[in-house]
Design a protein around this ligand. Structure first.
Ligand code: G3H
Ligand code: ZN
Length: 283
């Protein structure tokens, strides 16, 4: 069934575990993530980023409604989240298209304007019944991302994070602790002491972005020290595209997309399963 994101994250946080959030770009991603989650018997979040909406010509509804339909048909609990939204117009469309949550990304704004814009987004989101996540610090690494107000690699300061949450009223906070977006090798090293200090100061669930580049052991430790939502995109695309490339390299005259999308979907489902085995669900 399709369930609210806030419910999954709160439950994971209370259990000292995490709910993984996987990025959906195509319908095949949504199907694969649902298949992987169902095989593991674990709830997960299906998230569609503003960049993915741009890829679909700015159309939010078709992919969102199809993804919500995949979730409704699933035996495990799945939630639908709008990821890295900078455009309030898109946020406003979220509630009508199956989303129960949004990550509002004001990271490109100077701090005071970030606080004001995020507080406004949180107020609006709560009125619309949406759970709202924001980011403080700079995870970085997103191709085509607007320049951040923070220098690349700037980590989240615990006292500033506590103040930011108090002033904005957000429901969850994405923090910069050493990961970076779009890594195809798992060479990131996380600052676990900082995660613990953030967990001690920030009263809402913490979110890890750019998790594709984080090795298994660091992912486990990050959840144990307080990351309740773990965002994974690139790792699925490495699997997807690798499978497509393998089929097309072997058969250059192939034309039916189903011949390469079927193995791509299976590869993504398998990667979801592998990651779910690493990421603790909690007690
Ligand atoms: O918001 C999405 C995530 O932070 C995904 O990051 O593609 O590096 O795994 P990733
Ligand atoms: Zn992210």
């Amino acid at each position: 069934p399709l369930v609210p994101t806030g419910e999954l994250v709160s439950r994971a946080a209370a259990a000292h575990g995490c709910v993984p959030a996987f990025n959906v770009i195509t319908l095949e991603h949504a199907e694969a993530i649902a298949d992987g989650a169902q095989a593991a018997g674990r709830p997960v979040i299906l998230q569609i980023s503003e960049n993915a909406v741009r890829y679909h010509g700015g159309r939010l509804a078709p992919l969102a409604r199809a993804t919500a339909a995949v979730a409704e048909a699933s035996e495990v609990e799945l939630a639908l989240h709008l990821d890295h939204a900078t455009d309030m117009e898109l946020v406003r469309q979220a509630a009508d298209n199956g989303f129960s949550s949004v990550m509002f990304d004001a990271g490109a704004l100077p701090h005071d304007r970030n606080v004001a814009a995020t507080a406004e987004a949180a107020r609006w989101a709560h009125e619309a019944g949406l759970w709202l996540e924001a980011e403080l610090g700079y995870v970085g690494g997103k191709p085509d991302a607007p320049a951040s107000a923070h220098a690349a690699g700037v980590r989240t300061d615990p006292a500033e994070a506590a103040d930011y949450v108090a002033r904005t009223g957000v429901d969850a906070l994405a923090v910069a602790v050493g990961s970076s977006h779009a890594m195809t090798e798992r060479t990131a090293s996380l600052d676990h002491a900082l995660i613990s200090r953030l967990r001690g100061r920030v009263p809402v669930p913490l979110v890890l972005h750019g998790s594709s580049g984080v090795p298994d052991e660091d992912l486990r430790r990050a959840v144990e020290s307080g990351m309740a939502k773990v965002n994974i995109g690139t790792a699925l695309n490495v699997a997807f595209t690798g499978a497509v490339r393998g089929v097309l390299d072997a058969e250059s005259s192939l034309t039916d997309p189903r011949k390469y999308l079927t193995p791509a979907r299976e590869a993504v489902a398998k990667t979801v399963g592998t990651l779910l085995a690493v990421l603790p669900a909690g007690r």
